[in-house]
Design a protein around this ligand. Structure first.
Ligand SMILES: Nc1nc2c(ncn2[C@@H]2O[C@H](COP(=O)(O)OP(=O)(O)OP(=O)(O)O)[C@@H](O)[C@H]2O)c(=O)[nH]1
Ligand SMILES: [Mg+2]
Length: 323
């Protein structure tokens, strides 16, 4: 039987030499989580620092995948080797569309690496699967690493925690800008895209965004010298994509010159370490709850023979082990 650490090292070696199949296998192992994923993080971390990680988020159907496909084409045209992690929310509404997106994107370019990450069954592990996957892609030499996700709830928080530059996509009508505000997306945006600018109401969406930025005094930045720009885009014909591409680079330069990049990566590391410790703690807690001593006290507390405080004391004693 081959030792998993040897297998992982071999895969990383092949992936860094351009073997796409090995990149795919590593991403599957990272998604599975556990010791295998931690081993891969160890092997890839030190080689993953030069790639720019771009998060693309927005409401379902905002046109994120269509825009990402155009952005990928712009990157390859400029001589870059982009990779995309499309975080699949596994919802019956959008799950089908994403598979179609992958095919469509794969047709755009064969030098790019496109991959869907299913959120189903992750039970909190997504917060690790995203930075872990981005790290594998970066170590394999892909740059930039683009992460697409639907901007609802926890998932987009996880994604923005993993990204250097976050692009928030809104569309005309349906109060999308207002929704983005409610979902907390305004605060995380480094660049706003009003996609489907070919549709009526695109100018209104832009004004909504400008107004909300003014009113809330939200700059989205820890650094006041940067104000998130708003770009009008038609992802079907590619109008505005060149500007998005340029603004992403302007933001990347700004991150470096202002020193914000390091601050963001510290925040990312903090978040990742907390997520890793949290998962381990859950495992330790579950096994402590199952030890005979704790089970006996649980029995006593439930039957009214002991107090909750004594139950907690027994549990704490059983927890007295390193993570
Ligand atoms: N008119 C118009 N339609 C667009 C534009 N961009 C995307 N679309 C259409 O909008 C629909 C949704 O596009 P997707 O790229 O799948 O959107 P998405 O945000 O990735 O969707 P999910 O991943 O399911 O959240 C598709 O029918 C696209 O053809 C645009 O700029 N203008
Ligand atoms: Mg999509």
């Amino acid at each position: 039987m081959s030792r998993p650490d040897l297998a992982a090292a071999e895969l990383v070696e092949r992936a860094t030499n351009g073997d796409r199949r090995s990149v795919g296998r590593l991403l599957s192992l990272v998604e599975r989580g556990g010791a295998g994923a931690e081993e891969i993080a160890e092997l890839t971390h030190l080689e993953s620092h030069s790639s720019h990680v771009i998060g693309i988020t927005g409401a379902p159907g905002a046109g994120k995948s269509t825009m990402v496909a155009k952005l990928v084409a712009a990157c390859t045209a400029a001589g870059q080797r982009p990779a995309v992690l499309a975080v699949d929310p596994s919802s019956p509404l959008t799950g089908g569309a994403i598979l179609g997106d992958r095919v469509r994107m794969a047709e755009v370019d064969t030098t790019a690496f496109i991959r869907s990450v299913a959120t189903r069954g992750h039970a909190g592990g997504l917060a690790l699967a995203i930075p872990g996957g981005a790290r594998v892609l970066a170590a394999a030499g892909f740059d930039p690493v683009i992460i697409e996700t639907v901007g609802v709830g926890q998932v987009e928080v996880d994604v923005t925690a993993a990204a250097d530059t976050t692009v928030v996509v809104v569309t005309p009508g349906m109060g999308d800008a207002v929704q983005a505000n409610k979902a907390g997306l305004l605060e995380v945006a480094d660049i706003f895209v009003v996609n489907k600018a070919d549709r009526p109401g695109a100018g209104d969406a832009r004004r909504d965004l400008e107004l909300m930025l003014e009113l809330s005094h939200v700059t989205g930045q820890e650094d006041e010298s940067y104000r998130p720009p708003i770009v009008m885009v038609n992802s079907l014909d590619g109008d505005g994509i060149a500007e998005v591409y340029d603004l992403i680079h302007t933001h990347q330069d700004h991150l470096v010159t202002s020193g914000t990049l390091h601050d963001r990566r510290c925040r990312r590391t903090r978040f990742e370490l907390a997520s890793r410790a949290g998962l381990r703690f859950e495992r330790v807690l579950t096994s402590a709850l199952d030890t005979p001593a704790v089970a006996a006290v649980i029995d006593d507390v439930a039957a009214g023979r002991a107090t909750p405080a004594s139950g907690l004391a027994a549990l704490t004693a059983a927890l007295d082990a390193p993570l």
